[in-house]
Design a protein around this ligand. Structure first.
Ligand code: ADP
Ligand code: TRP
Length: 322
């Protein structure tokens, strides 16, 4: 089964990203054929006026994912723009994309409603995403709820093409993993860059602690027993703990005698230790950027080997190959 994920290179990764999408992907390597790419063309919808930043964020995303366990031998890991066929397919698929389909896209409507300037690339973004998915014979696309509609659009577009020209594209399915936790942010809402409530994976130790201290908790006297189920600190730290450690922590809550400040310090410590080995790997990749580039080039070669025969069929049936 081929599972494909696109990663927007949009800055510092947070622990919501980690538990919600990175860890499940890393763990499924070997079990499934993992295809993961850094969606730098997509990022141009928000970063078109700062080329240096986009290039920097692309390399940062590559280093981060490699550090966190993306294995370029088990999986196929590349940068979107290194496989140019995707742009060719984007154009071909545009001819099978009714304007009405794009006009109904929630994500586009939400963004324009929030006053984000609407360029053509923002409007046509779902067609490029369809190309990302269909170019690699993808079976499954793991997504958050906000991206379901985009995968459905990819299916609609694929269906129209296949109806015209035969069974060229594999029909992708989206998968929303209900078992994966929605990680709360410091204010208790879903952790998200857009809410400014994130705890980053690779922040400085002091800054990290400062953020953790901001986590909203209920006001209860130190001596009193505390409720752990609804505690934002508990609901974050539990993601890092095994059953024994979890039970010990629950005891500390119910026993009383400690304030939420203690639990915050514990979270900071647990997180710092958990990511220690990844921090080291990341530091390595940061000082070995040529190695990162070599890995990405290898990934692009592997990705292209899958894309080219599919694209060749598309050219042939659609009359582009003459
Ligand atoms: P953000 O909301 O910070 O902009 P993205 O939309 O870039 O995050 O998310 C990238 C991936 O991380 C998606 O697959 C998304 O489902 C996952 N993710 C983001 N925030 C969380 C969260 N709080 N809990 C679980 N998964 C999350
Ligand atoms: N649109 C996705 C996001 O914003 C990123 C993405 C681009 C993607 N192409 C994709 C995800 C293909 C899955 C498959 O998060």
């Amino acid at each position: 089964m081929r599972v494909l994920t696109g990663i927007q290179p949009s800055g510092d990764l947070h622990i919501g990203n980690y538990f919600g999408s990175i860890l499940p992907m890393i763990q499924s390597q070997g079990e499934h054929e993992v295809f993961a790419f850094i969606a730098n063309y997509h990022a141009m919808t928000s970063l078109s006026s700062d080329g240096a930043r986009l290039a920097g964020l692309t390399m940062q995303a590559a280093s981060d994912f490699l550090a966190l366990g993306m294995d370029p031998h088990k999986s196929t890991f590349w940068v979107q723009s290194d496989v140019k066929e995707v742009l060719e397919l984007y154009w071909v698929l545009s001819a099978f994309t009714p304007m009405g389909l794009l006009e109904r896209a929630h994500s586009y409507k939400d963004k324009t409603a929030r006053g984000i300037a609407s360029n053509h690339n923002l409007f046509s973004y779902p067609v490029l995403m369809a190309a990302d998915i269909l170019l690699f014979g993808t079976n499954v696309v793991p997504v958050g709820k906000d991206q379901i509609q985009h995968v459905e659009m990819a299916r609609d577009i694929a269906m129209k093409f296949n109806n015209q020209y035969g069974d060229i594209f594999t029909m992708p399915q989206f998968r929303v993993d209900e078992n994966v936790a929605t990680v709360p942010g410091t204010d208790g809402q879903k952790m998200s860059k857009s809410y400014g409530n994130t705890i980053t994976i690779f922040g400085e130790e002091k800054a990290q602690l400062k953020t953790i201290k901001k986590i909203v908790t209920e006001v209860v006297g130190v001596e009193e027993p505390k409720n752990f189920e609804n505690c934002n600190v508990y609901n974050i730290v539990k993601l890092f703990l095994d059953e024994n450690a979890l039970r010990a922590l629950q005891d500390r809550y119910t026993r009383g005698g400690e304030g939420h400040g203690h639990f915050k310090l514990y979270l900071a410590e647990v997180m710092w230790d958990y990511f220690a080995v990844y921090r080291e790997k990341r530091a390595y990749y940061e000082t070995h950027q040529d190695e990162v580039r070599d890995i990405l080039a290898l990934g692009a070669t592997k990705a292209r080997a899958i894309a080219q025969p599919i694209m060749e069929k598309v050219r042939s049936v659609s009359g582009i190959r003459y």
